[in-house]
Write a protein that binds this ligand. Sequence first.
Ligand code: ACO
Length: 322
Amino acid sequence: MIGIKVIGLGKSIPTRCVTNNEIASLVDTSDEWIKTRTGIEKRHIAVTETTHELATRSALEALKDSNLEAEALDLVIVATVSADTAMPSTASLVAKAIGANHATCFDLSAACSGFIFASEVAMSLMKQSGYQNALVIGAEVLSSRLDWTDRGTCVIFGDGAGAVIYQISHEENQVLSIEIGTDPQGAELICLPIQTEKNTFFKGEIKRPVISMNGRQVYAFSTSKVPTSIMQVISRGQIKVEDIDWFILHQANSRIIDSVAQRLDVPKERFFKNISEYGNTSAASIPMALYDVKNQLKSGDKVILCGFGAGLTWGTMLLEWH
Ligand code: ACO
């Protein structure tokens, strides 16, 4: 048997906390609107921290939590759409900073589903290529990619990083089932261009690359795709929806989480939320939420992790916690 277990968790957030009222002094919105339409009360914004710094801090905490030396890591994958550099990868910068000198490193882009995509890739490589220990990080500084005059997006996003260390096990398996998917027909519903410079022959206007989102259509996609994917993963794991103890969904909007609970006919209390504190931290949101809920998890608990977002992408994973 080749199983996978989770051996360490870490989290890092920027120091600066920004309230809804502060955002309301920038754009035509209100604390009341943001709270009732999204569940967000504040978010942490990286004023001085960079994406790879947040990623590194979360990695160091996950290493400490796992009692593993960085030298024992075989693989580092960072899921991000807001890397500081296109090259080197954020993963290489993290590996350098923590001393993971034997790890294969790369970044992965799947927006808010990025952590689940990166977990699936890491676990496949572990099973097929013999890697023993993999560090998977979701890290974002999307505040630097926002149009701070667009109230449709600037109220939603926050910055942060979360890290998970997976290890091969021949005795136990914590990852019971996983699926990732994409609906490319919705590819342009959330966009973040990356090209900031044109070549010397370009004479037009150069726009600063910022996030644009069709919130309503993404909302409709999320509330229909997420319950379907969760049911698919649960049935593959050969258990029932009522056997799931915790649902940890990407923290995009509190109303999306409530709608999924209603569609699955599961009490809302089983759906973990920390969106009020951090907003939507994209690829970081699931590992950050797992970190925040860990003290409430009991051995044997069945946990669903589910990400969804730009691409359009989704990814769902069923864990048995130990
Ligand atoms: N403050 C006040 N009013 C606002 C704001 C705001 N910040 N934003 C929009 N409005 C207004 C609109 O202009 C509109 O006014 P109108 O009716 O006069 O035209 C009204 O509020 C309703 O607008 P909607 O866009 O329908 O607002 P909605 O209730 O859908 O909430 C939101 C918008 C929060 C963006 C929601 O659609 C949402 O959460 N969508 C999903 C986002 C998501 O899941 N993203 C995926 C991950 S992101 C990633 O992958 C990187």
